[in-house]
Design a protein around this ligand. Structure first.
Ligand SMILES: [Ca+2]
Length: 630
């Protein structure tokens, strides 16, 4: 334990030093801020051409000298000071249709702005929605695009009036008398902000639903379509929710791996040009899980199509590592599961809910306070060293302890898979409070009372492994038969097509000026946040270090959050506003306020990795204001 503590304190020391350096860099706080004062959204005025602008200067002397320009024209005289003489407001009429830039300059002769706001007014369609069905979308001589329907949708309480276009591209007859095509849906709002969002899919894809551009931490947050975005999504090139429905066809595999996403974006861009008379000013992608993989795929295979990429819990290493871990953990937990009525082990009973609550409480006891607040959330993961051995029964199993077999299986499971030579085949997993959450159980061991497991590892991941990730496919192969020496090699062919963890430079995306945000729950049971952390660290190493990389890529880790949302966490946060502000106003996100149902009334900052939220010791512990990112 002494040795472990030394390691922990060394790691903590390194991180503290790093955060001091980062804070020094961030200490040059902006002299001015500029906002859209009464808009529903910071970046878009859906009706009218008038901007209620608010400019705040850090000091009176700064305020006296500043100059404010709208689209290059001096509008300083429009601004009236508030009672503090540092805050100025103006109603600026006659904005242009489309993109307007309001900038603050330190003096009248300055040429470089110190704060800016890109604000768009609505662009309307140049054609009737239904007319789009008769239009031709041409991508290349070898592509065939069919528009099946184009129909207007009236405004609702949550969504503005828009045009829904559905169709498919590149139909082909596959093997086994199958038929495939790249299905797509594009929604075009009547009042368009000039922005585009690709909505990432999930699971095995195979359908298109609710194409509204769900935000990160979606609960309660308006989707992109409501903010004036055109939004597109695809079924990934097949119709059917299982890998069994398409994995036997090579073109369908390629479409699902990456091709369907690129084609769909090009189709969406063509439709925007047909409908509004021009393409998008800025393009974004947001997705979680499989959709996070899509987001990263764009950063690598279509690096110039997007300005902002938001990858949540990305399935970047799923055709290899994460699925190997699913096999590894399923085997470990099944091996200790009690035998059921039919003489076979019952996977879900490897750990009772009470057992997992015991583990969660022990982890919290060890690590909760390391961030300055005993609040059920572990922000200082870097210093959290937990050994499940502390829970091992000294005698018979009771409600207050775990058996030796349970402790060993958990320790081996959390260490991550390896082959017989000891070579790691995926990341380890962090010890975190979400282990007792239903979202953790559903992936790892499920809830089936019989010897037929219903965990997502055995249902979803086994299907993907057998029919898509193994080459050639092995329909009917049991994940419990996975051989950690022999079988990983059989996943390499598909992994090279499908996984997005190998390109850890992103040279073209960075060169294009792209901005990248990661969000990942620390209790994610299917994609380890350590894998995303490892990717980010490699990205930094290949791009001149953390300081340089933070200029265009940042990562946020959410304590307690299971897969994409849920868990004892603050899983509601507005990643869309963060990426827009970064791409268009050059405001990099240092801390993003989060909240969640798990802790009613509580707010917390999400801090840009490697900094972490730490309670300052003063102020309401339920309020993000009492926390610093360090
Ligand atoms: Ca805490």
């Amino acid at each position: 334990m002494g040795h472990q503590r030394n390691l922990a304190s060394t790691a903590t020391g390194a991180i503290l030093l790093l955060s001091v350096l980062l804070r020094a860099a961030a200490a040059q706080s902006p002299s001015f801020t500029v906002h859209n004062a009464d808009g529903r959204f910071p970046e878009f005025i859906a009706a009218g051409q008038t901007l209620s602008a608010k400019v705040t200067a850090v000091s009176l002397s700064a305020a006296r000298q500043m100059a404010i320009r709208l689209n290059g024209k001096d509008v300083t005289a429009f601004f009236k000071p508030g009672s503090d003489s540092r805050t100025f407001t103006a109603a600026l009429p006659d904005l242009k249709t489309g993109r307007n830039i309001l900038e603050v300059f330190p003096t009248k002769v300055s040429r470089v702005s110190v704060a800016r706001l890109v604000i768009s007014t609505a662009t309307g369609p140049q054609a009737a929605c239904a007319e789009l069905i008769s239009k031709t979308v041409t991508l290349s001589p070898s592509d065939r695009v069919v528009i099946e329907s184009a129909a207007p949708a009236a405004a609702t309480q949550d969504l503005p009036a828009h045009c829904i276009v559905r169709g498919y591209a590149n139909p082909h007859d596959g093997v086994k008398n199958s038929h495939f095509a790249i299905g797509f849906e594009v929604r075009l709002p009547d009042a368009w902000s000039g922005r585009f969002l690709f909505q990432g899919g999930g699971g095995n894809d195979g359908s298109v639903s609710n194409v509204v551009g769900a935000n990160t931490g979606a609960r309660g947050s308006p989707p992109a379509l409501a903010r004036g975005f055109a939004v597109a999504a695809t079924d990934g090139g097949h119709n059917g929710r299982t890998a069994e429905s398409f994995g036997f066809d090579q073109q369908a595999r390629i479409d699902h791996a990456w091709n369907a996403y690129g084609k769909t974006v090009l189709i969406a861009r063509a439709l925007m040009t047909l409908y509004y008379g021009r393409g998008p000013d800025k393009s974004y992608v947001i997705g979680c899980s499989g959709g996070g993989r899509h987001a990263m795929m764009f950063s690598q295979r279509f690096p110039e199509l997007f300005d902002g990429v938001v990858a949540c819990a990305p399935a970047m290493r799923v055709a290899s590592g994460a699925t190997i871990s699913a096999a590894w953990e399923s085997k470990l937990y099944q091996a200790i599961a009690p035998i059921g009525a039919d003489g076979a082990p019952v996977l879900s009973k490897a750990f009772s809910n009470e057992d997992l609550t015991l583990v969660s409480q022990a982890i919290l006891k060890t690590c909760d306070g390391l961030d300055g607040a005993v609040d059920g959330e572990i922000d200082n993961h870097a210093a959290c060293k937990f050994d499940p051995k502390v829970l091992e029964c000294s005698g018979a199993k009771t409600a207050a302890c775990l058996t030796h077999a349970q402790v060993t299986a958990l320790a081996d499971g959390f260490a991550g898979p390896h082959n017989s030579a000891g070579t790691p085949l995926y990341s380890a997993w962090p010890w975190d409070a979400g282990i007792a959450d239903a979202g953790w159980r559903s992936w790892k061991i499920g809830s089936s009372p019989s010897a037929r497991p219903n965990s997502a590892f055995v249902s979803l991941m086994q299907d993907a492994l057998d029919n898509e990730f193994l080459t050639p496919a092995r329909p009917g192969f049991s994940i419990f038969q996975f051989d950690f020496d022999r079988d990983p090699a059989a996943m390499e062919a598909e992994s090279a097509l499908y996984d997005a963890y190998r390109d850890d430079k992103l040279t073209a995306f960075k060169g294009h000026g792209g901005k990248l945000l990661f969000f990942h729950g620390m209790s994610d049971p299917i994609f380890s946040p350590y894998d995303t952390m490892d990717y980010y660290n490699r990205l930094a190493k290949n791009n001149g270090g953390l300081g340089e990389t933070r200029k265009w890529a940042r990562a946020f880790f959410i304590p307690g959050m299971t897969h994409c949302s849920g868990g004892p966490s603050n899983d509601v946060f507005d990643g869309l506003s963060a990426i827009i502000a970064w791409v268009e106003n050059e405001v990099a996100p240092d801390r993003i306020t989060s909240s969640g149902r798990a802790f009613p009334g509580r707010t917390r900052p999400l801090c840009a990795y490697p900094s972490q939220a730490h309670y300052s010791g003063t102020g309401n512990v339920e309020d993000a204001a009492g926390f610093v990112c360090q």
